[in-house]
Design a protein around this ligand. Structure first.
Ligand code: MSP
Length: 634
């Protein structure tokens, strides 16, 4: 049981609890929020379909300085301001078909009650004390940063210098639980996933983490929950926010709490790893509450290889996409495009290409074609005929598909789960082309072929439903089917004998016309280039921070670089030439403005320069003297 404790317990108890971060209401819902929420919704919908009693929680984080400042800027009372923005999140999630069971707001009485109860509990246990604190505070992060976390004296996430602050605070004895937490993470390999983030946390825990300041004096911050034993202080926003995961369940004696805690999986973005992997478990331990099962950490979405930001003007609005192409297309694209856990590059062009290839061509056309054939050749009614040798591959793949998808989903490989289903759709297309029903005269044979394809599409409709709930309901309707679950598609042949397809069905995925001609192949370059051509190359010194083997290709390494404060990931064919650990700490030369491209599913943001290779020694170029990462090469 120790190897995968979470999974075994769920299989027996059949309850599943999944959460998103609760979003700060100082910003409108954007694609980063949508991405995290869609991932969680996918998981929740999958578990429900797979027979789990599932509870899916999202919500908004409404206290703290940052929110109070945003309200003031908008010229509104904080409560009115947070009411408005929180409502926008609710509307956004409706648009994207997010199937949350509860939406918690930290300004609700049910939440405040639990925060005060919990604080009092650990205060009484002696894990909270009063002291003076001096440090560098980033309002963007709403926490004190350590010197080590700064890049050029600035917060790496917000690009601003944190302010020095000295104040009287209450402290939570977090350091006391460091050894216990390390031990827990070591004993439970799947506790923090994917593995790179587990390693990051273990590295944080290899040094003292100190105690956590958990209050703010009212003289400075009023927008928060008062400490029950000292109303002159309000609760630090992270201490308040993290407790939403249990307050929403009715901690400590609510029915939902008893049912769903601790079978929890928290889905977060990598920017809030430390708060969830260090603050939260130690807080739970201090209150003698069992800790959650899994922390699932997602990467960030980038617009054009860079982090999205208002100042760069590259912020993507998923709600505009949703209006243009439909929410399910956006959900499918975001889930399919990027391996969970890694950063991903998204664009409108990418969405259109993915939609046209997978959904309009592979799936939509297949449905259209076979529906027409069933109507034309069989009057809309299918007789079940046992499969013959020609059906063998389809039947075998179809019967084992749900189990394979389940395995990918449990491993958080959402993109591969979807790809597995698409591979099956492509197999069905090949099968139809090979069997060519339009040439078959024998009625039994015709029924055999068309039944097999429609039964295959039945399986597809169920397995793609967590990604595209509305479109897959339409697909089921086009097949004359009602609601189904994963248990209904674990074997070939669930479609009843004599099943009728409805006469009318709208086109499921109309092709998106872009109106653009295919671009001409580039003309061959002449033998020389101008200086201007050379100047187009943005070559920079970068320092290798970490290296991993590529999850899908033996030849490739995934290399994380520091390019003067900016983090980049580059995928390179170096595995045969360097061991990952040999590269860490090396200064290398990066072609930084190469258009990002995907190599076997991982986005590479640039290229490292190397000499040799081609069967012989390959050597990475490195600067001959010590220079700072980020230095320009000219
Ligand atoms: N309020 C805290 C979370 C408290 S949870 C107890 C918070 N809120 S947030 O609104 O700033 O961001 C929440 C999450 O949004 C991030 O962790 C991440 O999951 C997601 N994202 C924000 N920008 C993102 C991208 N560009 N890409 C993907 N997700 C990112 O932090």
């Amino acid at each position: 049981m120790d190897a995968e404790p979470g999974r075994v317990v769920y299989a027996m108890a059949k309850t599943f609890y999944v959460t998103t971060p609760i979003y700060y209401v100082n910003a409108e819902p954007h694609i980063g929020h949508a991405y995290t929420t869609i991932n969680a919704d996918f998981l929740a919908r999958w578990k429900r379909l797979d027979g789990y009693d599932t509870f899916f929680l999202t919500g908004t984080d409404e206290h703290g300085e940052k929110i109070a400042q945003a309200a003031a800027k908008a010229g509104k009372e904080p409560q009115k301001f947070v009411d408005e923005v929180s409502a926008k999140f609710k509307r956004a999630w409706q648009t994207l078909h997010i199937s949350y069971d509860d939406f918690i707001r930290t300004t609700e009485p049910r939440h405040k009650r639990v925060v005060q109860l919990y604080l009092q509990e650990i205060y009484d246990r002696g894990d909270i004390y009063y002291g003076e604190y001096e440090g560098l505070y980033c309002v963007g992060c709403e926490r004190f940063l350590t010197e080590k976390e700064l890049v050029d004296g600035k917060c790496p996430d917000h690009g601003i210098e944190p302010e020095p602050r000295r104040e009287g605070n209450y402290f939570f004895k977090m350091e006391k639980y460091r050894a216990w937490l390390r031990d827990h993470i070591n004993k439970h390999p799947g506790f923090i996933r994917p593995e790179r983030y587990r390693n990051e946390v273990l590295s944080i825990l290899s040094e003292p983490i100190g105690d956590l300041s958990i209050s703010r004096p009212k003289s400075r911050v009023t927008w928060g929950i008062e400490l029950p034993w000292d109303p002159e202080h309000v609760t630090y926003v992270w201490f308040d926010a993290l407790l939403n995961y249990v307050s929403a369940l009715g901690y400590p004696d609510g029915e939902k709490y008893k049912k769903y805690w601790p079978a929890a999986q928290h889905m977060i973005g990598k920017d809030i790893l430390k708060t969830h992997a260090v603050f939260w478990p130690t807080m739970l331990k201090a209150g003698d509450v069992e800790i959650y099962k899994h922390l699932n950490v997602g990467g960030h979405l980038l617009a054009d290889g860079r982090k999205m930001s208002k100042s760069l003007g590259n912020v993507i609005n998923p709600f505009e996409w949703s209006e243009k192409y439909g929410p399910d297309a956006v959900r499918y694209y975001l889930l399919k495009e990027t391996p969970y856990g890694l950063d991903g590059v998204v664009s409108e062009k990418g969405l259109i290409e993915r939609y046209n290839a997978d959904l309009a061509n592979d799936l939509g056309n297949l449905l259209q074609r076979v529906r027409t054939m069933v109507s034309k050749y069989l009057g809309g009614k299918l007789q079940k005929r046992e499969p013959g040798p020609a059906e063998e591959e389809v039947v075998r793949t179809s019967s084992s598909l749900a189990a394979r998808v389940r395995e990918f989903v449990d491993d958080l490989k959402f993109n591969q789960a979807l790809e597995e289903v698409l591979q099956f759709v492509r197999l069905l297309n090949r099968y139809v082309n090979e069997r060519a029903p339009w040439k078959i005269k024998d009625e039994d044979e015709l029924n055999r072929v068309l039944y097999t394809v429609i039964d295959g599409l039945r399986t597809v409709a169920v397995l793609l439903e967590p990604a595209m709930p509305v479109k897959m309901a339409e697909l089921r309707a086009a097949l004359g089917l009602g609601e189904l679950s994963v248990a209904d598609v674990t074997e070939w042949g669930g479609l009843p004998d004599g099943h009728r397809l409805p006469e009318e069905a709208p086109i499921l995925f109309p092709k998106i016309e872009t109106g653009k001609e295919r671009s001409q192949p580039e003309k061959a370059q002449a033998g020389t280039i101008s200086y201007d051509d050379f100047a187009k190359l943005d070559l920079r010194v970068a320092e290798v921070k970490s290296v991993e083997k590529h999850p899908n290709a033996d030849r490739l390494l995934v290399i994380r670089l520091d390019v003067g404060g900016e983090e980049r990931t580059v995928v390179g064919g170096l595995a045969a030439h360097y061991k990952p650990e040999e590269l860490v700490g090396k200064k290398v030369v990066l072609l930084a403005n190469l258009k990002p491209r995907k190599l076997r599913g991982v986005v590479s943001q640039g290229m490292l320069l190397a000499a040799g290779g081609e069967g012989g020694t390959l050597a990475l170029l490195t600067p001959e003297r010590e220079v700072e990462p980020g230095s320009k090469i000219s």
